[in-house]
Design a protein around this ligand. Structure first.
Ligand code: FAD
Length: 465
């Protein structure tokens, strides 16, 4: 097979890698992308997209079940209802497949050459790829490492049999009767909530004293309350120790040190993700690491000239939109533009029920950073649109510097607040002050009025509370 030489080689076609390759192609950079599996990466194949499809299906089913169980104030009632879960999974697979074809089409349109197979470094600028038709050598002036991340395995609870990762949890053919989720982070809680709505008896086991530890208690309280209403048992301060000999129960150590077990058809382990930095020659080329991650600077440059790294392989927050933004930036740098990274405004969204969104600093983080703060909190209970959608739980909270009213952070918890994340990020990105949001006319009736009112509240003159 003839060797390939190119200006840019991207290793890994997740959201970081494929966006980088598309943008580079648009800028007429001669680009090759190597992908071991299918284009789209974790996010499209076994992450963001399939999980949100499952969550949507579970929400719809829960709605019907709710109407069937009792006469609701809306006057809607429903008779028999059921779910054919194999069809649900097939529908989810159809969405993944459409998007997968779409990404392949976009790469083609941008004149990017796709090589399928696992890339292995020979040196910092050369890789070999075992393709179905033989070994392909690729040499490049610039290399972008975008190999992403994989689920962390607990040594005493290896994946296999009834112990599954998020990837398998998104491809089950049957709703498990008893599901134990090990790890109360966003992935475990999103999937655990979905399966609880689909009918599983769900238990969440978390070693820390609190679920969703990256968010403060004010934000997570509505999520905990709703988990409890769904019948999800949340056990904090509890350690998973292994599986029972029969593979039908999770062995645990309780908060007071006692051994116990929880019956389980499936044990879903979601205790974090690890960067893919081994098994493909990265260790053999001399690149500086930052703990487990590839060390990068504000232009995503590694310690080796012409070698960049983006996405999950470079550290937290491991989010698709961060990977995409880095990919776009690196492509433009390689095409000769002067770009650098400002991570101030990366929204983190948790698609639990209710949803949580957070951009910038929380009140505690702002205080720890030395700011004197003004905080405005507006509850959805006082928002007309939220009432019309039966979504009165939750709030929008704005954190600003007392000195000059510069907005430092915005958080919200509530039904559908993921869609507010863009205006929150925009406010931070534009360096908005409370007066900018207060002076922006927000459409009525919308949930986004909560952002307006929270800003007014911080200024001391909310109108609807
Ligand atoms: P990845 O998407 O992991 O892609 C890396 C690619 O590189 C893979 O396709 C892999 O096959 C390929 N690869 C690795 N090594 C090689 C090699 N040697 N040669 C060739 N190819 C290689 N993020 C969000 O922002 N929002 C969400 O709602 C969200 N939900 C999630 C839900 C779940 C269940 C999971 C697991 C993750 C979720 N994430 C979410 C995280 C998101 O998926 C990741 O942050 C994102 O995929 C990272 O993109 P990436 O390009 O860095 O890497």
């Amino acid at each position: 097979m003839k060797d390939i030489s190119c200006k840019l080689l991207v290793i890994g076609a997740g959201p970081g890698g494929y966006v980088c390759a598309i943008r580079a192609g648009q800028l007429n950079v001669d680009t090759v992308i190597v992908e071991a599996a299918k284009v789209g990466g974790t996010c499209l194949l076994v992450g963001c997209i399939p999980s949100k499809a499952l969550i949507h299906a579970a929400d719809e089913f829960a709605k019907v079940a709710h109407f069937a169980a009792k006469q609701t104030p809306l006057g809607i009632s429903v008779g028999d209802h059921s779910i054919d879960f194999t069809k649900t999974i097939a529908w989810k697979d159809g969405i993944v497949s459409r998007l997968n074809n779409g990404v392949a089409g976009l790469l083609k349109k941008a004149n990017v050459k796709i090589v399928t197979g696992k890339a292995k470094f020979r040196d910092g600028k050369t890789v070999e790829v075992e393709t179905l038709t033989g070994q392909q050598i690729i040499r490049a002036e610039n290399v972008v490492i975008a190999t992403g991340s994989a689920p962390v395995e607990i040594p005493s609870l290896p994946f296999g049999g009834n112990v599954i990762s998020s990837s398998e949890a998104l491809a089950l053919q049957q709703v498990p009767e008893k599901l134990v989720v090990v790890g109360g982070g966003y992935i475990g809680l999103e999937l655990g909530t979905a399966y609880a709505k689909l009918g599983s008896k769900v238990t969440v086991v978390e070693a820390l004293p609190k679920i969703l530890p990256q968010y403060d208690a004010e934000l997570t309280r509505p999520v905990s309350r709703h988990l409890s209403e769904l019948g999800v048992m949340v056990l904090t301060g509890v350690k998973a120790k292994g599986m029972s000999a029969k593979g039908d129960a999770l062995l645990i150590e309780t908060a007071d040190g006692k051994a116990d077990k929880i019956a389980a058809d499936k044990v879903l382990v979601t205790v974090g993700r690890k960067p893919v930095t081994t098994g493909w020659g990265l260790e053999e080329i001399d690149i500086d690491m930052d703990g487990r991650f590839v060390r990068i600077d504000d232009k995503c440059r590694t310690s080796m000239r012409g070698v960049y790294a983006i996405g999950d392989v470079t550290g937290e927050p491991m989010l698709a939109h961060r990977a995409m933004a880095q990919g776009e930036m690196v492509a433009e740098i390689i095409a000769g533009e002067n770009r650098s990274w400002d991570k101030r405004a990366i929204a983190a969204v948790c698609f639990t029920d209710p949803e949580i969104v957070s951009v910038g600093l929380s009140p505690d983080e702002a205080k720890e950073a030395g700011h004197e703060v003004k905080i405005g909190l507006f509850p959805f209970a006082a928002n007309g649109r939220a009432m019309t959608q039966e979504g009165e739980e939750g709030f929008v909270r704005v954190v600003a510097a007392a000195r000059n009213h510069l907005i430092l952070g915005i958080q919200a918890v509530g039904q559908g607040v993921s869609e507010l994340s863009a205006s929150f990020a925009l406010a931070l990105e534009m360096g908005a002050r409370l007066e900018d949001i207060a002076g922006t006319i927000h459409a009525h009736p919308t949930q986004s009025e909560g952002f307006h009112e929270a800003s007014l509240k911080a200024l001391g003159h909310a109108l609807h509370i």
